[in-house]
Design a protein around this ligand. Structure first.
Ligand code: SF4
Length: 68
């Protein structure tokens, strides 16, 4: 049996640049979450919705979201 080794594409946030505006959570709440500790968290998913993450990347005013 041939096993496919696919790397999951995952978004990352540079928290040092994040201004906690909440836009990413607004446009893609299934991935981005402003947690109780007061910073944006990337939820653990098996697959990330590309269009939602791309929207968050496009709309992030601090330009601190990227694909890993
Ligand atoms: S949109 Fe960008 S700056 Fe705003 S909370 Fe999300 S990661 Fe931070």
């Amino acid at each position: 049996m041939v096993q496919k080794m696919t790397r999951i594409k995952k978004p990352v946030i540079d928290l040092s640049d994040c201004i906690l505006c909440g836009v990413c959570q607004d446009v893609c709440p299934e991935v981005f979450w402003l947690n109780d500790a007061g910073y944006i968290e990337i939820l653990e998913l098996l697959d990330y919705p590309c269009s939602g993450v791309d929207d968050a990347i496009k709309n992030c005013p601090a330009d601190c979201i990227a694909w890993e």
